[in-house]
Design a protein around this ligand. Structure first.
Ligand code: UD1
Ligand code: CA
Length: 452
């Protein structure tokens, strides 16, 4: 079966009260429309047509991709009119309609729905609702066969009692769909060309209208205002949390855990509360992440321990290495196996060797640090002269005394030592001690100044 997918995304989203087009509002850090596109792609369609209108340029700019075409709907004259804009681009046997503001629809649901599709049937996704207000109602005859969809504003009091609502998501054979769209009228309560009117036409043409019912109403919920947006965000996060727990992660509180990207996990991972994972995060077996950590685009290898309030971006934390509390690992940080980074330590573009330590209050930038090297508290690599960045290289078993300033470019050989409080400006040979500070003097019987 070949399939074109049409995604409706032209609406303004007035109730968002926003300068941003509705479909660009984020769920888990990605525009709603990006989620729909991802799901659409998973169905391997022949084409994806996005119908844009309000904020069309911005939507196109943010979501342009080789496999996505944009069709402009100049005036928003209704969902049927919106789908009709894509007609010239429909080539496949069947057409599936999705919505840019219904971001959490799952591909498995769509696949089940599409199974009902044949040359003489169309299919739609319905949802059973406790409060169906606002939704189009699925009208069935006495034997349960779908007859029509009636919009809330056009429904009779009896029809308003129907609790089976239209999600809006449907699929139909292209040729019939094009024929029905051409026959839509806007003589209804809203003066719009309703996509939903094609159901009665399908019935009249003798097609079977098959339905699939969503198992969770939140999966097919649209976001019309910020309240609904926040509900969808929570639903997304609950799903993500459940998926990770199923894979062997202990989440101390799934309600206080956020994923904004793609996460892979090993077994026996422990994640404390208020952790945010962003971008691509790989977490191996037996990793433990303390409370209030933000971890973006990073790799945490087996047994790594990230302690409370740490912020990692573009970091590779080696096996059994640990960092924090209050560590900041910036892009290009590599902690080799069993390396230790303590509190208030910032690393950028730096490799800390195997079992090397930087325990306290330190900045290490553009550095390559050997195995077992110990960086004393308050050490600063002076890697930037205001115009250029320079590198600091340390061998194995180096000992940097506390409060050292290491002025790059600089290299320190294996086993080198620097005295506390030194400003080191020239290379230090292996096994040597470098002291770069004023020599201490003792003035005996020092008379302190007296108040005048
Ligand atoms: C629609 C359905 C209704 C269903 C409900 C589910 C119709 C006529 N009604 O109603 O049966 O229960 O969705 O939420 O289809 N859009 C465009 N161009 C337009 C009009 C709409 O792109 O000219 C887009 C909107 O941006 C929105 C979506 O289509 O993403 C739905 O439009 P909306 O006006 O919200 O339809 P509803 O009245 O909610
Ligand atoms: Ca709507």
């Amino acid at each position: 079966m070949s399939l074109d997918i049409v995604i409706l995304a032209a609406g303004q989203g007035t109730r968002m009260r926003s300068a941003l087009p509705k479909v660009l509002h984020p769920i888990a850090g990605q525009p709603m429309l990006a989620h729909v596109l991802q799901t659409a792609r998973s169905l391997k369609p022949s084409s994806i047509q996005v119908v844009v209108g309000h904020g069309a340029d911005l939507v196109r700019e943010q979501l342009a991709a080789d496999d996505v075409s944009f069709v402009v709907q100049k005036e928003q004259l209704g969902t049927g009119h919106a789908v009709a804009q894509a007609i010239p681009h429909l080539k496949a046997q069947n057409t599936l309609v999705l919505y840019g503001d219904v971001p959490l629809i799952e591909s498995a649901t769509l696949e089940s729905m599409l199974k009902h599709l044949t040359a003489d049937s169309m299919t739609l996704l319905t949802v059973n609702l406790v409060n169906p207000a606002g939704y189009g109602r699925i009208v069935r005859n006495s034997t349960g066969v779908v007859q029509a969809i009636v919009e809330h504003k056009d429904a009779t009091p009896d029809q308003l009692k129907i609790c089976e609502g239209n999600t809006g998501i449907l699929a139909a054979p292209r040729e019939q769909l094009i024929d029905w769209l051409g026959r839509l009228s806007n003589s209804n309560a809203q003066g719009e060309y309703y996509l939903t009117d094609i159901i009665a036409m399908a019935v009249a043409d003798g097609l079977c209208v098959a339905t699939e019912t969503a198992t969770d109403a939140m999966d097919v919920q649209g976001a019309n205002d910020r309240q609904q947006l926040s509900e969808l965000e929570r639903h997304y996060q609950q799903r993500a949390a459940r998926r990770l727990m199923a894979q062997g992660v202990t989440l101390l509180d799934p309600a206080r855990f956020d994923v904004r990207g793609e996460v892979s996990v090993g077994r026996d991972v422990l994640i404390d509360v208020n952790v945010i994972l962003e971008g691509r995060v790989e977490i191996a077996d037996n990793v433990s992440i303390g409370p209030n950590c933000v971890i973006k685009d990073s790799i945490l290898r087996a047994g790594a321990v990230i302690k409370a309030n740490s912020h990692l971006e573009g970091a590779d934390v080696g096996e059994g290495a640990d960092c924090g509390p209050f560590a900041r690992l910036r892009p290009g940080t590599v902690l080799a196996a069993r390396a230790h980074v303590g509190n208030f330590v910032e690393l950028k573009n730096t490799r800390l060797g195997e079992a090397a330590k930087a325990g306290h209050l330190t900045y290490l930038g553009d550095s390559d640090i050997g195995a077992r090297t110990n960086i004393g508290a308050g050490t600063i690599t002076c890697n930037y002269d205001g115009a250029n960045k320079f590198k600091t290289v340390m061998g194995d078993d180096v000992f940097i005394g506390s409060n050292s300033s290491l002025v790059a470019p600089l290299s320190l050989g294996d086993g080198a030592t620097t005295g506390a409080g030194s400003t080191i400006t020239t290379d230090v040979p292996a096994q040597a001690l470098a002291v770069g500070r004023g020599r201490q003097r003792i003035l005996e019987n020092w008379a302190r100044p007296k108040k005048l």
